[in-house]
Design a protein around this ligand. Sequence first.
Ligand SMILES: [Zn+2]
Length: 235
Amino acid sequence: MISHGGGWAGEQSGRIEELGGLIHAGLRDGDLDVELVVELAFLMEERGRTGQATREVVERPIAHLTPDDVARLGRRLLGDLGFGPSFVLDPGLWTELERELGVVERDLRAAGITGELRLVVPDWDDSGDAWVEFRGATQGNGIRPGGGGLAGVADAVQEVVMEMAWTVWPVCPEHDRGLHVAWERGRAVWRCTAGGSHAVAPVGELGHGRPAGRAQGPRRRSEKRMESEAPPSPG
Ligand SMILES: [Zn+2]
């Protein structure tokens, strides 16, 4: 039987990890069950992992703990354990990451860039992080379970795509300059640093509506005339 690298041997460590996963999920979903927190605190005490949070849970009557107390103590216990969620313990984190990748992929395809884009957990990274793989390669950093967010995923996709496709992506249709992802008013956007800096589109909505970089309709002023490269006139 292969032992965990986590530190605790034996069956209780398995239960501690399991409780960690359940408490993490409860905190995320806002419905943390006090019984889970109590069980974890007692198990930690048994294992000699006594701390301020375990003491408080053990000593205070459960009925006196408010939902805020329970959440606070749950977080403290996870912190004391050095608990990080994993994609195995919390498959919802993986689902969420895949959803975010799908959103970013819309922008990639809108730019006409092809090639397989997916999430992988490579053998060589024993942290259990997810990596964005594009055309069979990874680049940069992994995304830890529960980390990333749409901006983080967009960042990771951009890094591997630019490396593998040898192209700047995405590009501002107005200024022909590479964009970078930013967090703005609660959402991830692609931002251009030209023209006094402006948000081009939310991540996932690039190139929607009008074809990028093409003049449409009468509102467009001819502010940027292209110098046509006329062939030298025959002499
Ligand atoms: Zn721009």
